[in-house]
Design a protein around this ligand. Structure first.
Ligand code: PLP
Length: 376
């Protein structure tokens, strides 16, 4: 076998950066977990997809667009960018559309980093960002969360100064904890960063943060990249579409190296229609808020204190990494997919996506059973 491998691997080898990277994926997909466990997943509450589906208007628009799949999509996503520019009160040139935030994170790493450049993020923060930074040779510096499961803004700013960071990453609302900062705190954080540092502000869950005062999109565009997606509240995760709002010069830099035809026309049509369906979005938000209350009560009944969440999931510390791992494993054996973050001390918690009322009732029943067994 080893011999065969030797004979088939390209004799010239791979790029040094890639050859030296450990084999890793940021997230093991539920499909892969299903294949490994052999148990079909019946409750898919681990990837923060929307169990409320997508707007029927978006689905209709995508169905219609599908008949035009023989043609490439508009590589400039002009129609969508015009609508977004109008909505956010920024110039059209300040928006870049990509196949989800995940793709844009890779683009940011590529555009900003020389190998060895310093990047600061929270210890246990969104792993896909770290994955891309490593893939472009950046050096990650991690700042632990606070005891209240919040991103440590003072610590992040301090680390940015100490390391002369090129990029600082912050998810707001945060994944995996669901904690959130308001506009004033963010503005102060941006002010506290070194001048040469760009803030990557990942707002994948911002639509769920009821009553949140967000920074205007035009705030410090030369130092901040805002990231939004259609994957979460809009329920278009499988379509792969999201966007960045930032300084037009940065958008122009993206244009030098981005995958120009990487966003498909079906997704473009779906995103446009989804933006218009404000009734659907409001309904999703209402159901997520109700689900937060439902799941919080379930956790309380089992004696746990979930972290108040501004996102579409709940982070529930269960006391130890061992308990969290064994809970997730026992749930998976019963066909329930949730996530436990990979990094301590966040690995003491369960991250559960807010499902429908019915899904959460089923989850409550199975979790209570598992919890009882683990307590022995
Ligand atoms: C889900 C998620 C993403 C991925 O968004 P896509 O647009 O689907 O790539 C990015 N950032 C955070 C914090 C997320 O939770």
């Amino acid at each position: 076998m080893a011999e065969q491998r030797e004979r088939t691997a390209p004799a010239g080898g791979y790029a040094r950066l890639v050859a030296e990277l450990p084999a890793t994926v940021p997230f093991i997909a539920p499909e892969a977990l299903e294949r490994m466990s052999g148990v079909p997943i019946r409750l898919r509450l681990g990837a923060n997809e929307s169990p409320f589906g997508s707007s029927p208007k978006a689905v209709a628009a995508m169905r219609e667009a599908a008949s035009g799949t023989a043609w490439y999509g508009d590589p400039e996503s002009r129609d969508l960018r015009l609508v977004l520019a109008n909505r956010h009160g920024v110039p059209f040139e300040a928006i870049s559309v990509g196949s989800g935030i995940d793709e844009l994170l890779g683009l940011i790493a590529r555009v900003f980093l020389n190998p060895g450049d310093a990047v600061v993020t929270s210890l246990g923060g969104y792993p896909t960002f770290n994955y891309h930074v490593a893939g472009y040779g950046g050096t990650l510096h991690f700042v632990p969360y606070t005891d209240a499961w919040q991103n440590d803004l003072d610590g992040l700013a301090e680390a940015a100064h100490r390391t002369s960071a090129k990029l600082v990453y912050l998810a707001n609302p945060d994944n995996p904890t669901g904690t959130v900062f308001g506009a004033a705190q963010l503005a102060a954080f941006i002010d506290a960063l070194p001048e040469q540092t760009t803030l990557v502000l990942d707002e994948a869950y911002v639509e769920f943060a009821a009553g949140l005062q967000t920074l205007p999109m035009s705030h410090c565009m030369n130092r901040v990249i805002r990231l939004r997606t259609f994957s979460k509240a809009y329920g278009l995760a499988g379509a792969r579409i999201g966007y960045a709002v930032t300084h037009p010069d940065t958008v122009a830099a993206f244009d030098k190296v981005r995958n120009h035809f990487g966003v498909n026309r079906v997704a473009q049509a779906g995103a446009l229609a989804a933006l218009e369906d404000t009734v659907f979005l409001a309904d999703v938000r209402r159901q997520v808020a109700a689900g937060q209350a439902q799941l919080t009560e379930v956790a309380h009944r089992l004696g746990y204190r979930p972290v108040p969440s501004a996102a579409s999931f709940l982070f529930i510390p269960v006391g130890s990494a061992d308990r969290a791992a064994r809970t997730a494993e026992a749930l998976l054996q019963r066909g329930v997919f949730i996530r436990v973050p990979g990094v301590a001390p966040l690995d003491e918690g369960l991250r559960v996506t807010i499902g429908t009322r019915e899904q959460l009732s089923q989850f409550a029943e199975i979790w209570a059973q598992v919890d009882r067994e683990l307590r022995g």
